[in-house]
Design a protein around this ligand. Sequence first.
Ligand SMILES: O=P(O)(O)OC[C@H]1O[C@H](OP(=O)(O)OP(=O)(O)O)[C@H](O)[C@@H]1O
Ligand SMILES: O=c1cc[nH]c(=O)[nH]1
Ligand SMILES: [Mg+2]
Length: 209
Amino acid sequence: MGKVFVCDHPLIQHKLTYIRDKETKTKDFRQLVDEVAMLMAYEITRDLSLTDVEVKTPVATANCKVISGRMLGLVPILRAGLGMTDGILKLHPTAKVGHVGLYRDPESLQPVEYYTKLPTDVQERELIVIDPMLATGGSANAAIQVLKNNDCSQMKLMCLIASPEGVKAVQEEHPDVDIYVAAIDSHLNEKGYIIPGLGDAGDRLFGTK
Ligand SMILES: O=P(O)(O)OC[C@H]1O[C@H](OP(=O)(O)OP(=O)(O)O)[C@H](O)[C@@H]1O
Ligand SMILES: O=c1cc[nH]c(=O)[nH]1
Ligand SMILES: [Mg+2]
């Protein structure tokens, strides 16, 4: 079963409080999501492999490390996943970015797929699937399935807020995928919204409501 990591660094928790606050307006909301994504990227890439290199400093030779192994790929789930992408790219500017477009049908709560565009070498990359909200888990499961259908095998899921129901759904459908979140909230309401959550992440990021 996939592991679940709660990124409980005080800076992440502090910023998440203001992300949740309904008084936080679009500009600040967007900036805070960007900052938390960058901080979470620091945690999520802790296990990147390193290889030894020598560099010549102005006075001697230093034994150093550089990141090795698989290159990184980011896969934001449109739309709201876009809000976390630039923050991660600030730490990993060479990562390639694929997009999976999904929206959740408001009645059935089922994901509806409308767009996929992936880097040509996506199968060789270590992927981070990004979405601020893991609610029923339908969208994350569908996005992961899109990647698996494209022969990808190495991926993690990164969300700001998860419900217990969403975590369980991903663990059951994709037991090979570890999940990184800033918080696991109480439950889903009857409309499939995370409680207490932050409301509709896409609408708050893009000012569409
Ligand atoms: O776990 P689930 O129950 O599938 O819900 C989570 C999904 O809902 C939101 O997207 P939404 O459908 O609102 O699309 P948007 O990003 O375009 O706003 C969110 O960003 C997730 O993708
Ligand atoms: O709470 C939720 C659930 C799904 N999508 C959101 O944006 N928020
Ligand atoms: Mg939305």
